[in-house]
Write a protein that binds this ligand. Structure first.
Ligand code: ADP
Ligand code: MG
Length: 259
């Protein structure tokens, strides 16, 4: 199973929107997909229509040993897409986990306990570089970085890359950046184009060709508890996420790309 952390310590850059819609696009191509909500805000869980009452076994219980993978996984309305939801309890995990042995490897150990059930797993990270994101980076093989196409886009990116580098050096030699996805691109705004050009000049080929436009359909879909890809398959945002998923598949290590 290929494991991808969707990470950026800035909030509101499109992590959750990217995680939900890329996961849906991958499920639509026939892959068995697991999405792990690792943000105490639980936006990925809400966005996939999983109510609070359906979250009795969540990523918090999984990380703290209170439940098994089987118990934590819940179906979504999207065929082949399953979810491990999050609750606010998870905000305590950053502190509680410090007491645990192997505190950085909790998620990895949980995922290792369920081999073969999914083809790919996406981990929707919280907006911080704390122990939750570290757990995601230790468990993952690849990192997908959504970057909002705005003036301070690159600010803070070096911290994220440093964290990825540290996790690679200490715990996870295989970890690498899958790509940077520009989000919320506004084509009527010259600044957006300028920022996109600057980001490409600075980061080069790691930036995906596909750019996710600012599209109100993408922000409406979560309130209906469905991915934008199902809410409005033909809107520019959905089309962009399908293109991103295709590009992403092309970048995966060989066996997975052939799956
Ligand atoms: P993060 O997970 O990084 O905090 P979100 O994916 O939750 O970011 O996005 C932040 C907000 O912006 C949400 O309300 C979301 O619906 C909205 N949003 C995300 N991407 C787009 C987009 N391309 N166009 C319009 N709204 C978007
Ligand atoms: Mg989020």
């Amino acid at each position: 199973m290929i494991r991808i952390a969707v990470a950026n310590q800035k909030g509101g850059v499109g992590k959750t929107t990217t995680a939900i819609n890329v996961a849906t696009a991958l499920a639509a191509t026939g892959w068995r997909v697991l999405l792990i909500d690792l943000d105490p805000q639980g936006n990925a869980s809400t966005g996939l229509g999983v109510s609070q009452s359906e979250r009795s076994c969540s990523s918090y219980e999984l990380l703290t040993g209170g439940c098994t993978m089987d118990e934590a996984v819940t179906a979504t309305r999207v065929p082949r897409l399953e979810l491990i939801p999050a609750t606010v309890d998870l905000s305590g995990a950053e502190i509680e986990l410090i007491e645990y042995e192997q505190r950085t490897h909790r998620l990895e150990q949980a995922l290792d306990s369920a081999p073969g059930r999914w083809d790919i797993c996406l981990i929707d990270c919280p907006p911080s570089l704390g122990l939750l994101t570290i757990n995601a980076l230790v468990a993952a093989r690849l990192v997908l970085v959504p970057l909002q196409t705005e003036f301070f886009a690159l600010e803070g990116l070096s911290q994220l890359l440093q964290t990825v580098e540290r996790v690679r050096a200490r715990f996870n030699p295989e970890l690498s950046i899958l790509g940077v996805a520009l989000t919320m691109f506004d084509r009527r705004n010259n600044l957006s184009s300028q920022v996109a050009d600057d980001v490409r000049a600075c980061l080069g080929k790691v930036v995906f060709d596909t750019v996710i436009p600012r599209n109100v359909r993408l922000s409406e879909a979560p309130s209906y508890g469905i991915p934008a890809l199902i809410y409005d398959l033909r809107c520019p945002g959905s089309e962009a996420y399908m293109a991103l998923a295709r590009e992403l598949i092309g970048r995966l290590p060989a066996p997975a790309a052939a799956a």
